[in-house]
Structure formats: C-alpha cells, structure tokens
Design a protein. Structure first.
Length: 103
C-alpha cells in the first residue's frame, strides 16, 4: 500500500496551531484497486461526501488522499449483510468466491 506518514510536534500540533491527524494517507487509485472498482467510482464516493479526502497541491495540480481511518470507516459502511446476518467485506471473500446476498 502506498501511504504517506504525517509528522507532529511534541505537543501534537503543526506549526501555526493546526492539529494534524497522525497516521497514514492512501491514494485514491489504491482504494479503487482494493475494491476492484474504477477510479470514477471512488471519486463519486468522494464527491458525494461518503469518503472524506484531502486535496494536496496548488492550483490545478492537486492530488487527493484519504486518511486510513476514513478509508476503514468507508469500508465498514460498504459492507453488505449476508442472509446469516453477518457482514462481509471484499477482503473476507476471496476472488471467485460468491455468496447469495439478501438485498
């Protein structure tokens, strides 16, 4: 996984008094590959406010990153319950493995 570490001062704040989240940020492309969906599907989730993202860069050269905590919360929200009442995620079912879903 490609990620970027954030750095914090001893007091947990960035210069200028801004509190930064510690942790990792992942690329939108990595999320699309993880879920095996198109980039546009992930961008639509970001635009709909379902997946928080930060824009890094200046002008038209911005790139989006998603905090690991936000990605994990998004994954939980995407889970579909099986008829047994248990939820699954793409990471739980292997490729080619399918189960009947109660939709």
């Amino acid at each position: 996984m490609e990620a970027t570490e954030t750095t914090e001062s001893a007091e947990g704040a960035q210069p200028g008094g801004l509190n930064a989240r510690s942790g990792r940020y992942v690329r939108v492309r990595w999320i699309a590959e993880y879920f095996d969906v198109s980039l546009s599907t992930i961008y639509q989730a970001i635009e709909a406010g379902e997946l928080p993202a930060v824009a890094i860069g200046l002008g038209n050269k911005k790139t989006l990153r998603v905090h690991q905590d936000d990605f994990e919360a998004f994954e939980v929200n995407c889970r579909v319950p099986l008829r047994s009442g248990k939820a699954h995620s793409p990471a739980v079912l292997g490729r080619g493995e399918s189960r009947e879903l109660a939709l």
